[in-house]
Every structure is written in structure tokens, then in C-alpha cells.
Design a protein around this ligand. Structure first.
Ligand code: MG
Length: 161
């Protein structure tokens, strides 16, 4: 039995903050404004996993009003989300993500991100796709005011894998 899920996230960007994407720290002068570490890609992936199993969204499971999640490493949120998935007897088949970010180029980090995420998600790096695009200077992403991410994930009953 298969389940498909979609996730989306957005964060504002501000000078002087760390920028975490896909569990990796990106070298640049600005970062995400967030209650957690603001890892937009991991948040979108978590939302897609929760969506696939109709478990609500990341805000329901990890509320940004809770001190427990203040500045939390989003890799911990992904680990907890994977626990929810595994507890329901599902495993990931593959995940496909898109990131919209005007700068910097994240291509050089792609392989490291997929290695980090695959270890948490119990799949091969080859089963994780992370694509990146700019907004061609248009809108809030184009003005470098924010970053967006989308994720689509396919789950399979783990006893069928
Ligand atoms: Mg978020």
C-alpha cells in the first residue's frame, strides 16, 4: 500500500543569522528567521511525511510556541517525524524536493545534504532528490527576503519493501 505526501515551507531571511538547509550549514552572511534552526527543506520534508499519513502538519507536532523547540536542530524534528512514519509501518520509497533561493548557490552542498538526510530517513542518497532554483529576481525570494521549499514523498508499507 502506497501513500503520497506533499509539503511546503517558507522562511524569511535576515543578515547575521545562520542558514541551515537540508541539515547542512550553508556559508553565507544571512540566514532564516525562525523559532527552530529554520531549515526550510527539512520542514517541507517533515510536512510531506506527515501529509502522506494524514497526521496533520509540522506546526501541530512541533509548535513554534513551545520552548522545547526553540532553536532546535531540525534534524531532530525529522528523526521524530520518521518515528511517526515507522510506528505506522511505513518506509520511504523516495523523496523529491525543490528549493527556491536566490543566493547562494547550494549545488556544492547537494551531495552532503543527501548523505545527511538519507541517514535519518533510512534510505539511499539516490532516493533523495534536491533540486534548486532561483526566482529570477521576482518576488520576495527574488529580493532575497525569503527562501521556499517543496517536498513530495512516496511511502510504502514497510513489510512490502
Ligand atoms: Mg519552517
Amino acid at each position: 500500500m502506497y501513500r503520497i505526501g506533499h509539503g511546503y515551507d517558507v522562511h524569511a531571511l535576515s543578515e547575521g543569522l545562520p542558514l541551515w538547509i537540508g541539515g547542512v550549514k550553508i556559508e553565507c552572511s544571512f540566514g532564516a528567521v525562525a523559532h527552530s534552526d529554520g531549515d526550510v527543506l527539512i520542514h517541507a520534508i517533515c510536512d510531506s511525511l506527515m501529509g502522506a499519513l494524514s497526521l496533520g502538519d509540522i506546526g501541530k507536532h512541533f509548535p513554534d510556541t513551545s520552548y522545547e523547540f526553540k532553536n532546535i536542530d531540525s534534524k531532530i524534528l525529522l528523526e521524530r517525524t520518521m518515528s511517526l512514519v515507522k510506528a505506522r509501518g511505513y518506509a520511504i520509497v523516495n523523496v523529491d524536493c525543490t528549493l527556491a533561493l536566490e543566493a547562494p548557490k547550494i549545488g556544492p552542498y547537494n551531495s552532503h545534504m543527501r548523505d545527511v538526510l538519507s541517514a535519518i530517513m533510512s534510505i539511499s542518497p539516490d532516493d533523495i532528490s534536491i533540486k534548486a532554483t532561483t526566482r529570477e529576481g521576482l518576488g520576495f525570494v527574488g529580493r532575497k527576503e525569503g527562501v521556499e521549499a517543496w517536498s513530495v514523498v512516496l511511502l510504502k508499507k514497510s513489510n512490502l519493501l
